[in-house]
Design a protein around this ligand. Structure first.
Ligand code: GLA
Length: 655
């Protein structure tokens, strides 16, 4: 466990000392001590310095920084620099530069510019990872390894095409099977040889959905393989944990269930994209995902911003108190620390305007003052390292469903997987419950309520798993346009959703009727729907709310079916936020999940193996919140009230 090596929770961030000089390093040493930094991520973008020419290494500068950090009591999360190959690499291996969908070959001058399938890139990445591990594998400063940085770069070049064909042969076995899976009988797409198969490059109109789905799966496997190669190269020389930082929740290039199986601990980067309460909800969303991908084990917030919320082309400042509150929001939900990008704000270079722990203004600043307060708070929470969080509710999360829902030619362009997941999580968060994410084929028996939003693609095994979950006593909510296609992306025939699920829900969906842009319909229980509607026939299910207008007037919109010892609900439209939150409240009640808290006050419990509990209370509201008297670990004293925006970590007695 990383906390064992650090003697507490991790606090710190990306440290890029190569941007600075001796006097600044001296100040860094002092300020890091002041801020109680105990972990620095070093070397993420250092390839050009570490290997100035192919095969010639210069480690002297890194030796000096690792020794300095170690002498200052700061452990290192040592990165492999493979997210940003140096210019010499491009010139020596132009074929390893990525090619966009429309055939443009990119060049260096930014970062993340490589083709993951190019042999020269993979060889160079393994080589630098191995050289670093050989030199620093048992360096006393090194507490963990950080492979690469946010695997993100897609490529459509000839190397990719060749690797894709190898992958397709392994998946489908024969060209006949591939032709059948992709439905190439339509539009004269039949492939007569493997060489005819191309990645989904720019083409005239809708791309074949089987091709795009398989390409997403292929790329994900390629990432997992590239990561695993570097991890194995490191493990040959080091016994320290190895991980990689996973992208923001909105990026879905990699199946994070699969990648999480390969890392020693899940690590994520998180930058909210909306301010205020939405940002707090987004912190919870990202944190609950990270915990779930790691199977409930503690994980690590590898990056966040000190004063940055991305919103539609702007970077908004975090409000006073949010650095602490967001950090505690992640820790409450299982992170064994809070790290930032980056320690010191760059004075030049591509991210000179990105926030940092030490801003351009220097340590005499609001940001650094809040960083110090956060470091102090995190340092008081060392005892809870390794403790875990339990949830009674799960939202299903499946990469195949996500990728399939990105297909061209769906009945509405307003169907988004990420937004569907986020809305479901938000409606539960607004009800004050902690939510896990779970794969549709995972054991769901520990959850009282399972929500399946936008589960467009559902495997036969997944459908059977959901049937069993309900029959055995679970409460399930399936939402519109779910269970529609099988693992190959083929439509389910005879009525949606997938057969065993249809019976459990006691309904049959006969026709999809997307709503017009911004059309809002009213249901018989006065709730409102947007985006989507369906012609649903109740076949045993009770109708809870019906459509009231148009061709669907009188037909079911929301149903409930008792099946075995559980209940299966079906929602065939997208409810307005308030109505959706109210529905979740009703389902939580029916499933016996509580306690439910008012929105804006977040309460999460971490529990140790020895039964010790820490209750995080985060007040996101502008009013004070009274508390029953308890001991607050953050202040080391009793607390009776949380001020607006205040936080406490309570021990002793439930709230
Ligand atoms: C990502 C990267 C960092 C930095 C931040 C900026 O998370 O990993 O290198 O670019 O974004 O938000």
């Amino acid at each position: 466990m990383i906390a064992d090596r650090l003697g507490g929770l991790a606090f710190g961030g990306d440290y890029n000392p190569e941007q600075w000089d001796e006097p600044v390093w001296k100040e860094d040493d002092e300020l890091m001590r002041e801020a109680r930094v105990n972990l620095a991520t070093v070397g993420v973008f250092s390839w050009a310095l570490l290997e100035p020419e192919e095969g010639r290494y210069d480690f002297a500068w890194l030796d000096a920084h690792l020794d300095r950090l170690h002498a200052n009591g700061i452990a290192v999360d040592l990165a492999t620099p493979t997210a940003s190959p140096p210019p010499w690499f491009t010139l020596a291996h132009p074929d390893a530069m990525p090619v966009t969908r429309d055939g443009t070959r990119l060049v260096h001058g930014s970062r993340d510019t490589y083709c993951l399938s190019a042999p020269a890139y993979r060889t160079a990445a393994r080589r630098i990872a191995s050289a670093l591990a050989e030199r620093y594998g048992d360096h006393p400063a090194v507490a963990m390894w950080h492979v690469h940085n946010e695997y993100v770069t897609l490529c459509w070049c000839e190397h990719t095409a060749a690797a894709f064909r190898v992958w397709l042969r392994a998946r489908h076995g024969s060209l006949d099977a591939l032709n059948e899976a992709w439905g190439t009988a339509f539009w004269s797409q039949r492939y007569g040889s493997w060489e005819q198969v191309l990645p989904p490059r720019a083409t005239q109109w809708h791309r074949n959905p089987g091709l795009t789905l398989d390409f997403s799966r292929f790329f994900s496997d390629e990432v997992v393989a590239a990561y695993s190669e570097q991890r194995d190269a490191i493990r040959a020389h080091s016994d320290r944990p190895v991980t990689t930082n996973m992208m923001q929740p909105g990026y879905q290039n990699v199946d994070l269930w699969a990648l999480s199986r390969e890392v020693d601990l899940v690590a994520i980067d998180h930058y909210p994209d909306r301010p205020g309460l939405d940002a707090a909800a987004d912190v919870a969303f990202a944190a609950d995902r990270a915990r779930s991908f790691g199977g409930g084990r503690p994980w690590l917030l590898m990056e966040q911003g000190t004063s940055t919320v991305y919103e539609q082309g702007r970077t908004l400042a975090k409000e006073p108190g949010e650095i602490l509150r967001h950090s505690l929001g992640h820790i409450a939900r299982g992170s064994d620390g809070a790290l930032f990008f980056q320690w010191r704000q760059s004075k030049a270079g591509a991210e000179q305007w990105h926030s940092a722990m030490v801003p351009h203004a220097g340590p005499d600043s609001r940001v650094f003052t809040e960083v110090k307060a956060t470091g102090e708070a995190v340092s008081r929470l060392g005892d809870l390292a390794g403790s875990t969080v339990t949830a009674d509710v799960a939202v299903l999360h499946d990469s195949d469903a996500w990728w399939a829902l990105n297909s061209d030619g769906l009945p509405s362009s307003e169907l988004g997987y990420h937004s569907a997941l986020r809305n479901a999580h938000r409606a539960l968060w607004d009800n004050g419950v902690v939510t896990d994410f779970a794969h549709p084929e995972a054991d769901l028996s520990r959850y009282r309520l399972v929500v399946a939003p936008a589960l467009y693609l559902l495997s036969d095994a997944g459908a059977e798993n959901l049937r069993r979950y309900v029959v055995d006593g679970g409460t399930l909510l399936v939402q519109y346009f779910s269970g529609v296609v099988d693992s190959r992306g083929h439509a389910r025939l005879g009525g949606y959703p997938a057969a065993p699920l249809r019976e459990v829900l006691g309904i049959r969906v006969e026709e999809y009727r997307p709503l017009r842009h911004e059309e809002r319909i009213v249901l018989s229980d006065s709730s409102h729907g947007t985006v989507w509607s369906e012609s649903v026939r109740a076949q045993g299910a009770e109708v809870i709310a019906a459509y009231t207008h148009g061709a669907l007037a009188g037909s079911p919109a929301l149903t409930r079916n008792h099946c075995g010892t559980g209940d299966a609900w079906y929602l065939s439209t997208q409810l307005d936020d308030a109505d959706y939150t109210a529905l979740m409240s009703r389902l939580l009640d029916a499933a016996g999940v509580g306690p439910v808290r008012p929105p804006g006050i977040e309460v999460v419990v971490r529990q140790g193996e020895d039964g010790r509990c820490w209750q995080f209370v985060l007040n996101h509201l502008a009013e004070p919140v009274p508390l029953p008297e308890a001991h607050d670990v953050l202040t080391g004293g009793p607390v009776r009230e949380l001020p607006p925006g205040g936080c406490a970590v309570l021990t002793g007695g439930p709230l």
